[in-house]
Write a protein that binds this ligand. Structure first.
Ligand SMILES: *Cc1c(COP(=O)(O)O)cnc(C)c1O
Length: 419
């Protein structure tokens, strides 16, 4: 097989032309700042699509998560002193196997992330572990949970658990826009929802994000904080700390032009997922799981190797090594082989409890508190679902401009690793 002449990417923006019209409109009417029709329209469409009352257009999803965390902190614990975070010293239950942007804002506000292990059946936060975590720490009042790769788990169950324990839920739906659980849109389960228009998401503005809420006061507060927290006065009057987090009307033009294509992008991603599933028939692998009652947006196709198909693989904090073995392979070999053919894959998000930054943070599993000894989760006797999926799983090229022929070749390349 020959190398791909044109690189096959994990996920890249797909533009359609209308985006440019809205950007041009912003330019020609000189609304080249953080106010204008494009922002208003994005907020209207985002709220409508997500089935939430309000959407606040922001510079990125991380900003949305930050404002949600800050608002939740002030709601739960009151307004902090000016140079303190809203969650100072408070534990917050967080998704473990996710992009670190999910929980960075908890740390911005002085909170202490406690990581909740992943459910093997859904690859999302495990509701059983969350329940256990509340038994261990009944004082915890905030949960930040993300959907992984656009394949939701039981966010509805997570919300019910939060309600039982009087905790607020922030739903990081950055990867899951357009996905549903029991017919309900992801982003609408939390007390706060966050969506992303980052360059590799299902639709994009090159950047941008929205905070979703059903509470007008929360939306107003987020809007105020996102524009440096000006008070209503003839001059720049300030009673609290603000941020420069508002969405640009130019970016909003791109997002506005993308929204009509959300469903089309989901259909393309679904076709990619199904083509992989067909193509891998007979191999000792499984695709990322589809939880009953959910409809994914299929953002990133991923797969996991059966334990018995794994050759030896070790990873330290920056490198990976494996020992090739006939009839077996591992994510490192597959990723290196894909790269050699000019195709882009990616490891699964490295779980937060395995990150050097969070080495001292608590990690809760179905067995309780604590980490497994190295590789003990493979040998048995200790469950660490996140570490196991990270070890055996990988994300596949999922670009919606990949042709069926290109994808067939990706499949053939991967199959060759098992020979
Ligand atoms: C992409 C992503 C974010 C961050 O989105 P930005 O818009 O880039 O800030 C947050 N959480 C998850 C799970 C993501 O995948």
């Amino acid at each position: 097989m020959e190398r791909f002449e044109k690189k096959v990417w994990l996920a890249t923006p797909t533009m359609h032309g209308e985006e440019l019209e809205y950007v041009k409109e912003a330019y020609e009417t000189n609304w080249m700042s953080t106010v204008g029709k494009n922002i208003n329209e994005v907020e209207r469409i985002a709220a409508e699509k997500a089935e939430m009352k309000y959407a606040v257009g922001l510079s990125c999803c991380t900003a949305a998560l930050h404002l949600a965390v800050k608002h939740a902190g002030e709601t739960l614990y009151g307004k902090p002193a000016i140079s303190h975070g809203a969650l100072e010293g408070k534990r917050v239950f967080c998704s473990d196997m996710t992009f670190d942007a999910t929980l960075n804002p908890v740390v911005y506000e002085g909170g202490i992330p406690v990581f909740i292990d992943t459910e093997a059946a859904s690859w999302n936060m495990d509701p059983v572990v969350l329940e256990k975590a509340f038994e261990m720490y009944p004082e915890v009042k905030l949960v930040v949970s993300a959907e992984l790769y656009g394949f939701p788990g039981r966010m509805d169950e997570i919300k019910r658990i939060c309600e039982r324990h009087g905790a607020l839920l922030i739903e990081d739906a950055a990867e899951a826009m357009g996905a549903t659980i029991e017919g309900r849109q992801c982003g609408s389960f939390g007390d706060y929802g966050a969506i992303s228009y980052n360059g590799n998401k299902i639709i994009t503005g090159s950047a941008g994000g929205c905070l979703l809420t059903n509470d007008l006061e929360t939306a107003n507060k987020a809007r105020k904080w996102s524009t440096q927290a000006r008070e209503n006065a003839p001059w720049y009057q300030h009673e609290e700390v603000g941020y420069n987090y508002r969405m640009s009307n130019v970016i909003a033009g791109v997002v506005r032009g993308q929204y009509p294509y959300l469903e089309a992008h989901i259909a393309q991603k679904k076709a990619i997922y199904e083509r992989y599933r067909e193509g891998f028939k007979g191999l000792p692998v499984e695709m990322n799981p589809i939880t009953e009652g959910t409809e994914p947006n299929y953002w990133l196709s991923a797969m996991i190797l059966a334990p018995e198909a794994m050759c030896k693989q070790v990873r330290d904090d920056s490198r990976a090594l494996y020992i090739p073995e006939k009839g077996k392979t591992c994510p490192t070999e597959i990723l290196e082989t894909l790269a050699a053919y000019n195709a882009e894959g990616r490891p699964i998000w490295k779980p937060m409890h395995m990150q050097p930054m969070y080495r001292m943070h608590e990690f809760i599993t179905r067995e309780g508190s604590g980490r497994c000894r190295t590789n003990a989760y493979i040998a048995g006797g200790c469950t660490d679902v996140g570490a196991d999926i990270f070890e055996r799983g990988l994300c596949l090229p999922s670009d919606n401009k990949m042709t069926p022929e290109e994808q067939d070749k990706v499949i053939a390349i991967i199959r060759s690793c098992f020979e």
